[in-house]
Design a protein around this ligand. Structure first.
Ligand code: 3NM
Length: 207
């Protein structure tokens, strides 16, 4: 898959009154180079409409578009890939359905990471590094030790996620992450593009 540094995931409840596509466009303008549509509340029609709009946006900027959890939706809007949690569709079944599209897997322990890699995941999420209110059913924080472990043992791309803020991302990078993912720190910002630029600067060692 095409490599990336800053992974922005949608979180509409963090920006009431602001349009989903506008917020995500600001993220892209600021340097987010992969976008995921994650939405646990909207109904089918809304999800389809939003996913189509984000597909159009990411085509305009030529960056990968990933859909969380919903393989049917990913196929329907011709997303570039799908992101699955541990409780979602098994990777092998997802692979049969999406062919050579990108498959990302959330992992919270090294055994999960090694299994995802062995089963052919294109990338993994590693987290939650810190406590987060954003994901309802998430496991306890795995901390920086997990990032160190993954960076030593995993050869496919991994992205650190969970409670990552501009104020703590330096230590995540220090632990070995070269790609980070954030929801609330990006989409709740008054200056979404600026927040992304600041993340990119840190990833590039300039911040
Ligand atoms: N997945 P925020 S943590 C969607 O650890 C998600 O797999 C996680 O949101 C995982 O940047 C998380 O606001 C929430 O903490 C990330």
């Amino acid at each position: 898959m095409r490599d990336f540094r800053l992974y922005a995931i949608t979180g509409e409840n963090f920006h009431p009154g602001r349009e989903l596509v506008e917020v995500m466009e600001q993220a892209i303008i600021g340097g987010a180079d992969i976008i995921q549509y994650r939405d646990k509340t909207s109904g089918r029609e809304d999800r389809l409409r939003k996913a189509k709009a984000l597909r159009e946006l990411t085509r305009k900027y030529d960056i990968p578009f990933i859909v969380n959890d919903d393989v049917d939706l990913a196929l329907e809007v011709d997303a570039d890939g799908i992101h699955l949690g541990q409780g979602d569709l098994p990777l092998e079944e997802a692979r049969r359905r999406v062919g050579d599209k990108v498959i990302g897997i959330s992992t919270h322990a090294i055994e999960e990471a090694l299994l995802a890699q062995e089963q052919g995941a294109d990338y993994i999420g590693a987290g939650p590094v810190y406590a987060t209110q954003t994901k309802a059913d998430v496991v306890d924080p795995v901390g920086l030790d997990y990032i160190r472990e993954v960076s030593r043992q995993i050869t496919i791309p991994f992205v650190a996620i969970g409670g990552i803020k501009l104020g703590n991302v330096d230590e995540v990078i220090e632990a070995g992450a070269t790609r980070v993912c954030a929801i609330s720190e990006i989409v709740s910002s008054d200056d979404v593009a600026g927040a992304c630029r600041a993340f990119i600067d840190k990833l590039e060692g300039k911040g």
